[in-house]
Design a protein around this ligand. Structure first.
Ligand code: FAD
Length: 307
C-alpha cells in the first residue's frame, strides 16, 4: 500500500510523484500510458525555461526525473473503478488488468483528450497542419491561413487569438449560430481578417500528402460542397476529461465532467486530490499541469501529516 498514489502519468502525475517522493512517503504512479498527451505532441515551445523540446523527449525526461526517486511506476494500467475509504482509511483503485491498489491518499491526474471531428484527413495531417491547441501551435501559422472548427467559447476564443497571429481565419460552425458568449462573438465579428461560416459541416481535411492545403465542407442548408484553401485547421469542438471511470464514484464532477478541486487540489472526498487537465482548473497546458500536480502532492502530504 502507498501513502500517495497518482493515477495518470502525464505532466501532472509526474510532477506530483516527484513532489511526493521528495517528502519521503511511499509513492506510486499507475498510468495507462506514461507521458500522457505529451507523447502525441511535436514541438513544445512554451514550457518555461525550455525554449524548445519535443513530446517524446519531454515524456522521457518526465520518466527519468521520476525515476531519480523511489517511486513505483506501474505503466499500462487503466483504472476502471475508485472505491473511496472511510475518512482516515485507505482508498482503493481497481484496474482493467484485475489488479487493485490501495493508498492513504490519491492524486487523480488522468488528463483529457481533444474531441476529434472524425473526418478523412484529420488523423493523417495531425501535427502537419491539423492542430488542437492555439496557445501551443498558433505561432507556427504566423501569416498563414487557418480555419477554426467550432463556434463555442473555445472556438471563438481561438479564432480571436489566432487572428492576431495568422493572416486569415475562417471559423466554421455546424449550427446556424455560434454558442459562444455574445461579447466574444461581437469581438470576433469586429476583426477584419476573420470570415464566419455558419451551418457548415466539415467533411474533409485536404492535403498534398505531407501538409494540409485546404478544407472541404458542406453548406447544410443547400447541400452544396465548398472548399477553402488554407494551411492550418484548429479543431475546437471540445476537450473531454478522462473521468468516465469516476462516474459512479462520490467524487464531484462539473457539468463538463471535470473533477472539482479546491485551492489545495483536494476533491470533494477528503484525502483524494486531483490535478491537471482532468480538473476544473482552466487553461490546459503542460506548465499548468505540472504546477497543479506539485500542488496536489503537497496538499496530500499536508493531509497525511494531519492524520
Ligand atoms: P495528460 O497528459 O492527458 O496525462 C494523463 C495521464 O493519465 C496519461 O498517463 C494517461 O495515460 C493516463 N490515464 C488516462 N486515463 C486513465 C485511466 N483510466 N487509468 C489510468 N491512467 C489513465 N501543452 C503545452 O503546454 N504546450 C504545448 O505545446 C502543447 N501541445 C499539445 C499538443 C497536442 C497535440 C495535445 C493533444 C496537447 C498539447 N498540450 C500542450 C496540452 C498538454 O499536453 C496537456 O495540457 C498536458 O499533457 C496535461 O497533463 P496531464 O498530466 O493533466 O494529462
Amino acid at each position: 500500500t502507498f501513502d500517495t498514489l497518482m493515477i495518470g502519468g502525464g505532466p501532472a502525475g509526474a510532477a506530483a510523484a516527484v513532489y511526493a517522493a521528495r517528502k519521503g512517503i511511499r509513492t506510486g504512479v499507475a498510468a495507462e500510458r506514461f507521458g500522457g498527451q505529451v507523447l502525441d505532441t511535436m514541438g513544445i515551445e512554451n514550457l518555461i525555461s525550455v525554449p524548445h523540446t519535443e513530446g517524446p523527449k519531454l515524456a522521457a525526461a518526465l520518466e527519468e526525473h521520476v525515476k531519480e526517486y523511489e517511486v513505483d511506476i506501474m505503466n499500462l494500467q487503466r483504472a476502471v473503478k475508485l472505491v473511496p475509504g472511510q475518512p482516515g482509511e485507505e482508498h482503493e483503485v481497481q484496474f482493467e488488468s484485475g489488479a487493485s491498489l490501495r493508498s492513504r491518499t490519491l492524486v487523480l491526474a488522468t488528463g483529457a483528450r481533444w474531441r476529434e471531428m472524425g473526418v478523412p484527413g484529420e488523423a493523417e495531417y495531425r501535427n502537419k497542419g491539423v492542430a488542437y491547441c492555439p496557445h501551443c501551435d498558433g505561432p507556427l501559422f504566423k501569416g498563414k491561413r487557418v480555419a477554426v472548427i467550432g463556434g463555442g467559447n473555445s472556438g471563438v476564443e481561438a479564432a480571436i487569438d489566432l487572428a492576431g497571429i495568422v493572416g486569415h481565419v475562417t471559423l466554421i460552425e455546424f449550427m446556424d449560430e455560434m454558442r459562444a458568449d455574445a461579447v466574444l462573438q461581437k469581438k470576433l465579428r469586429s476583426l477584419p481578417n476573420v470570415e464566419i461560416i455558419l451551418g457548415a459541416r466539415t467533411t474533409e481535411v485536404n492535403g498534398d500528402g505531407t501538409r494540409v492545403n485546404g478544407l472541404t465542407f458542406e453548406e447544410r442548408a443547400s447541400g452544396e460542397i465548398r472548399q477553402v484553401e488554407l494551411e492550418g485547421v484548429f479543431v475546437q469542438i471540445g476537450l473531454v476529461p478522462n473521468t468516465e471511470w469516476l462516474q459512479d464514484s462520490p467524487i464531484e464532477l462539473s457539468e463538463r465532467g471535470e473533477i472539482v478541486v479546491d485551492a489545495h487540489g483536494m476533491t470533494s472526498v477528503p484525502g483524494i486530490f486531483a490535478a491537471g487537465d482532468v480538473t476544473t482548473v482552466p487553461y490546459k497546458q503542460i506548465v499548468i499541469a505540472m504546477g497543479e500536480g506539485s500542488k496536489a502532492a503537497l496538499g496530500a502530504f499536508d493531509y497525511l501529516i494531519r492524520q
